[in-house]
Structures are given as structure tokens and as C-alpha cells.
Design a protein around this ligand. Structure first.
Ligand code: SAH
Length: 354
């Protein structure tokens, strides 16, 4: 079976094919390779949604393609715009009715899009809204691509930065995510710089090692959230599988092998992981690693018991890291009036429909 055939449609998911795969497919159909290159540009540079929009492709070929292949697109089901900072939250609906979220943020350097990589999540982090209903399914490369293309069409501007920090664990959908990244950064596609992409993981050590071998120049973000296994196990089930020692060790290898600095995310949860002592111990753990610590004041989720500490507590935590020579910042909060934190809109949507 051709790799691009999706799980819920027996037509070829042509948008998930890398250029070489598309060329091979055309060769197997006795069609010239230059046509594959033309189609690829239509799909990934011009974000065409139908073969019938491809004006320089012969009608006969358009008919053949339409019969054998499908072009997966997502539709905007809801769109919320923050009145504070113009952050946009999209609820996208996919061809099978599954919904995922994306958030579009305006920075000085351009537009940054945060996308989902799975419908739901099976990692079970106890402070996170995305995982409350478990995993529905992985997203296809074409669906992640269309999260980007659809936002670009809507805001009429090119996305300059991308973060894989919406719903889902990107490394739990490894093959599709890598395919997505390769297509998005390809010269014949959007040609987005790999260095403008961040991938966040809760710490699947074996998959981080696999990713490392690809030597992609993206920024790897590790959701650390605790300096020791005891606390981490209380909030992140993945800590039962991989210890902090194993995680830190793969991060060191990753930096050495790829030359890319690691970014550590640390959600500050009141009286769970945010004491001055936690800050001192975190400093010891990360000293000399050349990474960056991104402190995220917890976004309280109503189904969860965790709270955010006060401003003073958060500042004190930051100052201890800085005093100890770490490179650390507090994440600026965007779109707080539209629930821009991941998972909350999707969940709201499905509980309304239930
Ligand atoms: N599965 C990936 C991407 C998830 S979301 C991962 O775990 O890294 C991106 C970041 O938001 C992660 O660091 C995640 O732990 C954090 N996060 C999730 N829910 C949060 C909440 N309610 N408040 C603050 N940060 C949260």
C-alpha cells in the first residue's frame, strides 16, 4: 500500500507526499516527473484545494488525479480574536469531523503559528487540558500542513515561525511530523527555515534520539516541569517510563550532535514545583547545559486542581535561576481572554456536541 493512503479514505493523500515520493508515483503511472514538480508547487506554494484550480495542468491529468487522489484541507469551524493583543485562535475541522486547535500570534519579527499534531493526546500530563479525553488519532502530514496554509490564507500573510506546541505529543506521531516538517521546509514548498520551528516534547527519550539522528536545525523544547523524578511523576506519567537522568543525558547528546541548544519548559504550579528550593535544584540540574529555560505560569484548567502562584513567587523563581547563571525568561502570555492555552477550545467544542 502506498504510504500516503490515509486511514479514512482510500484515495491517495497527495499532500502528504514529499516531492521525491510524488515523482516516483508519477513515474509508476508513466507520467513525466516535471508534472509532479508542478503539482507539488500547486499544493505547497499556492495551497491549491482542488486539482481543477491547477490551470497549467492538462484537463485529462486533472481528471486522473481527481479520481485517484484527494487534497486534504481543514476548515475553520470557529475563530476567536483576542481584544487584548489580536492573537487568533482557530478551531479547525478535518475531513472526518475531528477538530483541532491552532493559535496565531503576532510578534515583532512576524507571525508565529502554534499547531496541533494529534487530535487529543495520550500522555496524560495532569495539568493539561489537551489530554483530558485521551487520543482520538494522529494527524496526517497533509492536515498539519493545512493548519499552516489555512491560517496563512485567513491572515493574508506568510507565517514566519512555527511551534509544535498545540494539542498532541509530536514525537508520538513521529513519522507524520517529520514528513510534515520536510515538506514545509522544502524549497519547492513554503521554504520555511527549520531554525524558525520549535518542537516541544514531554520527553520521549527514544524518539528524541531518533530525532537527533536526523540533525534537523529546529529548536527542541523539553517539557521538564520538575527537577526530580518524584515531583515529575506526580504531574507527568511519562516520568514513570523515563527518568530525569535519562532525559538530561539525551539532551546533552542532542546538543553535542546537532549543535542546537535545548529549550526547557517549566510550568510553574503553585506549591508543587515553584518553591525557591525547586529553583535552586533546577539550577543545579541544568548548570552548564547551555540551554534556555522558559517559565510558563500555569494556565489553570477548570477540571484540574492545580493553581498558579502569585507574581512575586514567579519572579523570585526566575531571579534564582538568573542568579545561578541560567538563561531564563518568563513566557509572555498572549490571548488570555480567548483561552489561547492548548486544548481548551477543542474540549469546549466536543463537550457542547456530546
Ligand atoms: N506534548 C508536547 C506539546 C504540548 S503543549 C509537550 O508536552 O511538550 C506545550 C507546553 O505547554 C508543554 O510544555 C506543556 O507541558 C505545557 N502546558 C500544558 N498545559 C499547560 C497549562 N495548563 N499551563 C501551562 N503550561 C501547560
Amino acid at each position: 500500500m502506498y504510504e500516503g493512503i490515509s486511514e479514512y479514505n482510500d484515495k491517495i493523500d497527495i499532500k502528504s507526499l514529499e516531492l521525491d515520493e510524488l515523482k516516483n508515483l508519477f513515474v509508476s503511472w508513466d507520467l513525466p516527473q516535471f508534472r509532479a514538480a508542478q503539482i507539488y508547487k500547486w499544493l505547497h506554494q499556492k495551497s491549491a484545494e482542488s486539482f481543477y484550480d491547477m490551470s497549467d495542468i492538462p484537463v485529462d491529468l486533472r481528471n486522473v488525479l481527481d479520481e485517484k487522489c484527494c487534497i486534504k484541507t481543514v476548515k475553520i469551524k470557529r475563530k476567536l480574536v483576542s481584544s487584548i493583543d489580536n492573537t487568533v485562535k482557530y478551531l479547525y475541522e478535518m475531513p472526518d469531523g475531528e477538530c483541532v486547535e491552532a493559535a496565531l500570534m503576532q510578534y515583532k519579527y512576524g507571525k508565529s503559528l502554534c499547531i496541533s499534531t494529534q487530535a487529543g493526546c495520550r500522555m496524560g500530563c495532569r495539568f493539561c487540558a489537551s489530554t483530558l479525553m485521551g487520543l482520538s488519532r494522529n494527524l496526517l502530514a497533509s492536515e498539519m500542513l493545512d493548519e499552516v496554509y489555512c491560517a496563512q490564507k485567513d491572515c493574508k500573510e506568510k507565517i514566519s515561525h512555527l511551534v509544535l506546541m498545540g494539542t498532541g505529543e509530536p514525537l508520538d506521531n513521529f513519522d507524520n511530523v517529520i514528513k510534515f516538517l520536510k515538506i514545509l521546509t522544502s524549497e519547492e514548498g513554503q521554504n520555511l527555515g527549520m531554525r524558525h520551528i520549535s518542537l516541544s516534547t514531554c520527553g520521549l527519550v527514544d524518539k528524541i534520539r531518533e530525532l537527533m539522528k536526523l540533525k534537523l536545525q529546529l529548536t527542541l523544547s523539553i517539557s521538564l516541569h520538575a527537577y526530580n523524578d518524584e515531583t515529575r511523576k506526580k504531574i507527568m506519567p511519562i516520568a514513570n517510563k523515563w527518568s530525569i537522568d535519562e532525559l538530561i543525558s539525551v539532551c546533552k547528546d542532542y546538543f553535542e550532535y546537532t549543535g542546537r541548544r535545548i529549550s526547557f519548559e517549566y510550568a510553574l504550579i503553585n506549591e508543587v514545583n515553584d518553591s525557591p528550593e525547586d529553583a535552586e535544584n533546577l539550577s543545579k540540574l541544568l548548570k552548564g547545559m547551555n540551554g534556555h529555560v522558559n517559565l510558563i505560569p500555569l494556565n489553570p484548567v477548570k477540571e484540574r486542581e492545580f493553581k498558579r502562584g502569585n507574581q512575586e513567587r514567579i519572579k523570585k523563581f526566575l531571579n534564582i535561576l538568573l542568579k545561578n547563571g541560567l538563561n531564563a525568561t518568563i513566557r509572555r502570555e498572549l490571548g488570555s481572554d480567548i483561552n489561547a492555552a492548548c486544548g481548551q477550545l477543542r474540549r469546549e467544542n466536543s463537550t457542547q456536541e456530546a
